[in-house]
Design a protein around this ligand. Structure first.
Ligand code: AMP
Ligand code: MG
Length: 479
C-alpha cells in the first residue's frame, strides 16, 4: 500500500528489536490527517486496508517493524529505556528524498515495555494529535499526527478507558537518549555506527567536517536552541524534557504532559509529576542546555581519542550555549514586539515588558496579540499602569524611528498567534470526544490550524481560562 524502507535496521542489532504490533479485534479509524497525506504524496487510502497495512507487519531479518532501544535522564536520573509502547512500522521516503519514521504509539507491548502494557488511552492519543497539529500550524518543528485508530479494547488505568493508537511521523526518532544508550550500553563501534547513521540521515552536510562528532554536537545544539526559542515564543511548556524526549532532529515530540501558559510567569508548570518545577516555562532554556551537556558527554569518545582533549572540546562547545541562546531568544522576543533590530541595547525593552506582565498577571498570548493591534480591551490593568504608559511611549518612538508601525504590526502578526490550544478548551474538547461527540474537537482543531488568522466570530477561543479551572489544572504523562 505504501512503500516503506528500513534504513534503521542497518544499525547494529543492539539499537532495536523486531516486533509486530498487537492484533486488535475491532480497530476503527477515527481520524485521518488527509492534508498531511496529500503533503506526503500518499494516495487515497481505504480505512480498513490502511489499518491492516499498519498492523500486519511481517518481520523478516531485513525488513519489518521494530522498537528502538534508548536510555535517558529522566528528571535528572539515568535510566535504560526503549520504545515500550511504540513501534516503527517503517520509513516513508517522500518527494525531495525526505525520510520519515512512521511510528505507532499505543499498539502493544514490546521487549522494552518493562511493567507497562504498551497501550495508550484514546484521550491521550487525541490530545497528542491535537497538540502536535497545533504546534505545526504555529510554525514550530514538531512530530506530526497522521491517524488515530480506536482499538476496540479497554485499557486499565485509574479506571478503565477506551484504547487507541496514534500513527505519528518524525524525521527521525533518534534522541539524545539514543546516544546515551550507545555510550553506556554499546561498544565504540556501536557509537560510531549511530553517529554515522544519524549524520547520513539528518545532517549529511556534516560528512565533510574534519571532526564530525563536534559538528554534530554543534548542529544539535543549534536546532534545539532554535526549537526551545520557538516554545518560548508561543508560551509552550513541554513538561517532560527528559533527554529521551529531546530529539536529534530538533522536532518537538512526546506531548504527554505539555500545556500552554496563560498568565505569564516563568515558574508556570502544569505537570502533576513535576513537583520541583524542573520543567517550568522559564527553566526550559537551562534544561535544554543540561540535556545538550548530556549529549556532549555521550559523544566524548567520538570527539577525540584523548579523554582530556575530548572533554575540552565538549566544554568549549557547551560554553557557546549562552551566547547563541541570548542572541536567538532576544531576536525572537523583539520580533514579537515588531522590532527587527536585535541589537543588545533593545533587550531591555523585552525584559521590562515581561516584568510588567508578570507583575500584573497578564495573559501571555493575549498581551502580545493586543500589542500587535495596539488594542487593549477596557479594564486591562496595563492601561492604568504609569510604567506601561512609559514603556509604550518608548516602544512607539523606537518603531517610528525605524520601520514604522505598519511594518511592525505586520511582523507582530506573523509572530504572535491569536489562538493557542488553551488547556481548558483542549480538556473540554477531549472530554466530549471520548464520549463520542467530536463537534468541539473538530471546531478547535480547525481554529488551531490557522492560529495567526484572527476572526471576530472566533473571539471566544482567545479567552483566558476560568480562574477556578486554571488553579486546579494538572497534566499527566497520560499513557
Ligand atoms: P514517556 O514519558 O512517554 O517519554 O515514556 C517514558 C518511557 O516509558 C518510555 O520508555 C516509554 O516507552 C515507557 N512507557 C510509557 N508508557 C508505557 C506503557 N503504557 N507501556 C509500556 N511502556 C510505557
Ligand atoms: Mg518519551
Amino acid at each position: 500500500m505504501i512503500d516503506l524502507e528500513y534504513s534503521y535496521l542497518s544499525l547494529p542489532t543492539t539499537f532495536y528489536q523486531k516486533v509486530k504490533p498487537s492484533s486488535f479485534s475491532k480497530p476503527e479509524l477515527l481520524l485521518l490527517n488527509q492534508s498531511l497525506l496529500d503533503e506526503l504524496n500518499i494516495p487515497k487510502v481505504n480505512p480498513q486496508e490502511f489499518i491492516s497495512f499498519l498492523l500486519n507487519q511481517e518481520a523478516t531479518d531485513a525488513v519489518g517493524s521494530f522498537a528502538q532501544a534508548y536510555a535517558g535522564h529522566q528528571f535528572g536520573h539515568f535510566t535504560r529505556l526503549g520504545d515500550g509502547r511504540a513501534i516503527v512500522v517503517g520509513e516513508y521516503v517522500s518527494t525531495g528524498n525526505l525520510r520519515y519514521d512512521l511510528q505507532l504509539k499505543g499498539s502493544g507491548r514490546t521487549p522494552y515495555s518493562r511493567g507497562g502494557d504498551g497501550k495508550a488511552t484514546l484521550k491521550s492519543v487525541l490530545r497528542e494529535y491535537l497538540m502536535s497539529e497545533a504546534m505545526h500550524a504555529l510554525k514550530v518543528q514538531s512530530s506530526r499526527s497522521l491517524a488515530v485508530v480506536k482499538t476496540g479494547e479497554w485499557v486499565q488505568r485509574e479506571k478503565p478507558q477506551e484504547g487507541a493508537f496514534l500513527l505519528r511521523l518524525m524525521k527521525s526518532h533518534i534522541r539524545v537518549g539514543t546516544f546515551e544508550y550507545a555510550r553506556y550500553f554499546g561498544s565504540t563501534e556501536d557509537q560510531k555506527a549511530l553517529m554515522d547513521y544519524t549524520i547520513q540521515r539528518l545532517y549529511p552536510e556534516i560528512k565533510q567536517e574534519e571532526n564530525q562528532a563536534l559538528a554534530l554536537l554543534k548542529k544539535v545544539m543549534l536546532v534545539q536552541i532554535e526549537l526551545v526559542v520557538e516554545w518560548m515564543r508561543i508560551g509552550f511548556i513541554h513538561g517532560v524534557m527528559n533527554t529521551d524526549n529531546t530529539s536529534i532532529s530538533g522536532e518537538t515530540f512526546d506531548y504527554g504532559p505539555c500545556a500552554f501558559m496563560n498568565v505569564y510567569h516563568p515558574k508556570t508548570v502544569f505537570s502533576s509529576i513535576d513537583t520541583q518545577g524542573r520543567y517550568a516555562f522559564g527553566n526550559q532554556p537551562s534544561i535544554i542546555k543540561w540535556n545538550l551537556a548530556k549529549f556532549a558527554e555521550s559523544l566524548l569518545p567520538l570527539l577525540h581519542p584523548e579523554p582530556e582533549t575530548a572533554l575540552q572540546l565538549a566544554q568549549e562547545a557547551i560554553d557557546e550555549f549562552e551566547d547563541i541562546w541570548h542572541k536567538k531568544y532576544y531576536k525572537m522576543m523583539l520580533l514579537k514586539v515588531g522590532i527587527e533590530n536585535a541589537s543588545p541595547e533593545n533587550y531591555s525593552l523585552v525584559n521590562e515588558l515581561l516584568a510588567m506582565m508578570k507583575e500584573l498577571k497578564l495573559d501571555y498570548t493575549n498581551t502580545f496579540f493586543a500589542l500587535s493591534r495596539d488594542q487593549f480591551e477596557e479594564g486591562n490593568p496595563m492601561l492604568d499602569s504609569v510604567e506601561f504608559k512609559n514603556w509604550l511611549e518608548n516602544w512607539k518612538s523606537l518603531i517610528h524611528n525605524s520601520t514604522g508601525m505598519a511594518h511592525a504590526q505586520k511582523i507582530m502578526k506573523e509572530n504572535n498567534p491569536a489562538f493557542v490550544p488553551r488547556n481548558y478548551l483542549v480538556e473540554e474538547a477531549l472530554e466530549k470526544a471520548i464520549e463520542g461527540d467530536f463537534t468541539k474537537f473538530e471546531q478547535l482543531l480547525k481554529v488551531l490550524q490557522n492560529p495567526y488568522q484572527y476572526q471576530e466570530n472566533l473571539n471566544h477561543f482567545t479567552l483566558p481560562p476560568p480562574e477556578e479551572f486554571e488553579i486546579s489544572y494538572a497534566t499527566f504523562c497520560g499513557t
